[in-house]
Ligand binder design. Structure first.
Ligand code: NAP
Ligand code: 8YV
Length: 320
């Protein structure tokens, strides 16, 4: 933890990980307190909590009512990310605390990783790499044949900004698109399913691009895996909480589904150990937006939201 030099500026608590160059920029603008990890709560090692007026944090970091109660002069929680499921929106609204996020600037990179996972799992890219490194190409001959994306259906749960960008990419690879949202869109012609299980039964790859939080907790459960079936794949670039992880481990282990590409997990950075031993799953460390370009844009937008607030300007990305 480091405290910044200029106490004239509004005091902001910054919860890592946020790129160091964004932290440096913030240091020049705010009286900055940097917490190395979201699990470290302010009261353990901070005094003068009443001077904190803003928080900057990854959207999944936990800023719950308990934490906000400890900060009597908190005015704004600026999420570094489009998802803000870590913040207690109800408490914030009730107490006039603004919440902002960083939409749009990350859409392309996140959709890119969704497409990369879709291709990698269908085409056995990671499995092939392991196969070569283990010397199995020499000892066992060619790898089992993979699957082409062409003609397969991508079922998207959450056809919003990222879902649409993923759909556009998948079409280039010859995939057809179907989707499930709570509400049918009137600006796309993709087939709409009013249930996730219905969509899972109709598609080959089920991709998750919806928000996390209570409304979607365990939305993808055993029933959905059974509907997706033994030739179906799951790609999760949304939140780990959307999937019943125990059911997923079972579905991958007993081949209820063919495979999965996962960027997110229920209790990050902890990943169910059982997944490590499975050939039919690709694991990523929540890195869909993690490019220098996108994380820089997200960081700058986080700062823009904080600055707008402290300057009394309209907030560029207010969600509550
Ligand atoms: P968005 O534009 O708001 O799209 C969200 C979509 O999800 C909407 O189409 C919405 O449609 C649908 N949705 C919302 N609640 C739903 C529910 N209960 N059941 C089914 N569908 C639901 O958001 P976005 O910018 O695309 O971001 C989507 C999410 O991606 C974020 O919230 C975040 O959790 C995740 N994300 C992950 C990463 C990563 O690093 N892996 C990076 C960025 C974002 P309706 O409102 O009609 O239901
Ligand atoms: C980031 C995200 O990984 O935008 C989101 O919702 O999950 C990601 O972009 C995160 O917010 C920052 O670490």
């Amino acid at each position: 933890m480091t405290a910044a030099a200029n106490p004239e500026n509004p005091c902001v608590l910054l919860i890592e990980p946020i790129p160091s160059w964004i932290v440096d920029r913030a240091r020049g603008l705010f009286d900055l307190i940097v917490l190395p990890h979201e699990s470290e709560r302010p009261p353990a090692f901070l005094d003068n909590l009443d001077r904190i007026r803003g928080i900057a944090m990854p959207g999944f970091a936990k800023v719950d009512a308990e934490m906000m109660t400890l900060l009597p002069n908190l005015e704004i929680v600026a999420c570094f990310g489009v998802g803000y499921d870590g913040a207690d929106v109800g408490y914030a609204k009730q107490h006039g605390i603004a919440i902002t996020n960083t939409p749009d600037v990350l859409t392309d990179c996140v959709a890119d990783l969704g497409m990369a996972l879709t291709l990698a799992i269908l085409r056995k890219v990671v499995e092939g790499d392991r196969y070569v490194r283990a010397g199995r190409w020499q000892s066992e001959g060619i790898l089992d044949l993979a699957n082409s994306p062409r003609g397969r259906c991508l079922g998207i749960v959450g056809l919003g900004r990222i879902g649409l960008a993923l759909a556009t990419r998948a079409e280039v690879f010859g995939m057809t698109i179907a989707y499930h949202n709570r509400t049918e869109r009137d600006d796309v012609s993709y087939p709409y399913y009013d249930s996730v299980a219905g969509l899972a039964a109709a598609c080959d790859v089920l991709a998750l691009t919806c928000p996390g939080g209570e409304a979607t907790r365990n939305l993808i459960d055993r029933e959905v895996f059974e509907a997706l079936g033994g030739t179906g794949y799951l790609v999760n670039i949304a939140r780990g909480s959307v999937v019943d992880e125990a059911a997923l481990v079972r579905a991958l282990s007993d081949h209820t589904i063919a495979g999965a590409g996962l960027d997110v997990f229920a209790a990050e950075p902890n990943v169910p150990r059982a997944l490590f031993a499975l050939e039919n799953v690709i694991l990523q460390p929540h890195q869909a937006s993690a490019t220098v370009e996108t994380r820089t844009a997200m960081g700058n937008l986080t700062i823009d939201n904080l600055l707008a607030h402290f300057q009394g300007q309209p907030l560029p990305n207010q969600v509550a």
